[in-house]
Design a protein around this ligand. Structure first.
Ligand code: SAM
Length: 270
C-alpha cells in the first residue's frame, strides 16, 4: 500500500499513525511500498544448497535486525574501538579481510545480493564453495566477533545509524550505471552523501574505489559539491595506487584482468 497522507488506524485496540515518506527525490525514487527503489539483482539464478544452509544456519547469528542497537560496546561479539561500514560488499573478500586485519574495530557489511552474503559466510566459516557441507561447521569467532551483516539495501538502515557513529565507510566498485539516463541510479549521489556525512564522524573517511572513468569523474564532482568533505589526495600516487590498508575485491581483480586501472578516492569528513 502506498501511503500518500497521514493516516491513523486501529490495530488490536491501539491507534497507529503512519506518515508518508518525504517526497521522493530524483536520486531516491520509491517503490509501491514507499521503499527506495533498488535496480540491481537480489538473487542469482542458483543459490547452491550449501550456501542456502549457510544463510539459514549462520546469517541469523551475525545479522543486523530490527532489535540491533548501534552501540560499540554491545553490537559485536566484543566491545570495539571504532566501527566501519562497507556498502555493497559483493562476495565479501574486502570486508572479511579488513575484519581479520583489524580485530580492534567492528565492521558492518551491507549487501543486497543473497549469493554475495552467502559467499561472505563461506569466508568466515572457512568453508569452500561446493554443494556439500562438512558434517560439523561453525563460525570462526576470530573471523566473526567483529562483523555484522545487513542483508538488504543500506538505505533502509541509514536512519537507524546514529550521527557520527562511523569511522570509515567503504563504497568499492559500485555499479557504474554508465548511461546518462541511468545516472540517478549511481550510489554516490546527493541523497546518499547527506546520510553518509551524517553517520560519519568528523575526521572519518569515505573511500570510493572505481575502475570506471565516468564514475570517477562523477564521484569527484558529487563530493566537490558537498562542503562537508575534503579529498585527501595530495598527488597522483595517492589515488592511483592501493591504500596501505587495502584488501583486493572481486570486481577489482576482474578490472585488472580486463586491463582497467582502478582509482582509490579517500575523502575526509571535515
Ligand atoms: C559492482 S558490485 C561490487 C562488489 C564489491 N564491492 C567488489 O568490489 O567486488 C556492487 C555491489 O553493491 C551492491 N549494492 C548496490 N546498491 C546497494 C545498496 N543500496 N545496499 C547494499 N548493497 C548494494 C550490489 O548488490 C552489488 O553486489
Amino acid at each position: 500500500m502506498l501511503i500518500t497522507e497521514k493516516t491513523t488506524y486501529q490495530e488490536n485496540g491501539v491507534n497507529i499513525t503512519v506518515e508518508p515518506k518525504p517526497h521522493a527525490s530524483q536520486f531516491t525514487p520509491r517503490d509501491s511500498l514507499g521503499r527506495p527503489k533498488f535496480y540491481g539483482r537480489r538473487k542469482g539464478r542458483v543459490v547452491r544448497k550449501a550456501k542456502t544452509t549457510l544463510l539459514d544456519a549462520f546469517l541469523p547469528q551475525i545479522k543486523i535486525n530490527e532489535h540491533t542497537v548501534f552501540d560499540k560496546q554491545t553490537m559485536f561479539g566484543k566491545p570495539v574501538e571504532g566501527v566501519c561500514l562497507e556498502i555493497g560488499f559483493g562476495d565479501g573478500q574486502h570486508l572479511a579481510g579488513q575484519a581479520l586485519n583489524h580485530p580492534e574495530l567492528g565492521f558492518i557489511g551491507a549487501e543486497v545480493f543473497q549469493n554475495g552474503v552467502a559467499n561472505l559466510l563461506t569466508l568466515i566459516t572457512g568453508i569452500r564453495e561446493g554443494n556439500r557441507l562438512p558434517e560439523k561447521i561453525c563460525l570462526l569467532p576470530e573471523r566473526t566477533d567483529n562483523i555484522r551483516v545487513f542483508d538488504d539495501d543500506i538505505r533502509l538502515l541509514f536512519e537507524r545509524i546514529p550521527d557520527g557513529f562511523l569511522d570509515k565507510i567503504f563504497v568499492l566498485f559500485p555499479d557504474p550505471w554508465p548511461k546518462k539516463r541511468h545516472a540517478h541510479r549511481r550510489f554516490i549521489n546527493p541523497d546518499n552523501l547527506r546520510e553518509i556525512s551524517r553517520i560519519l564522524k568528523k575526521g572519518g573517511i569515505l573511500r570510493v574505489a572505481t575502475d570506471h572513468k565516468i564514475y570517477k569523474g562523477w564521484t569527484l564532482r558529487q563530493l566537490a559539491a558537498v562542503p562537508d568533505f575534503k579529498w585527501c589526495a595530495k598527488c597522483g600516487a595517492d589515488w592511483k595506487h592501493e591504500p596501505s590498508d587495502w584488501v583486493q575485491t572481486k570486481y577489482q581483480q576482474k578490472a585488472l584482468r580486463e586491463g582497467r586501472r582502478p582509482v582509490f578516492l579517500d575523502f575526509e569528513k571535515i
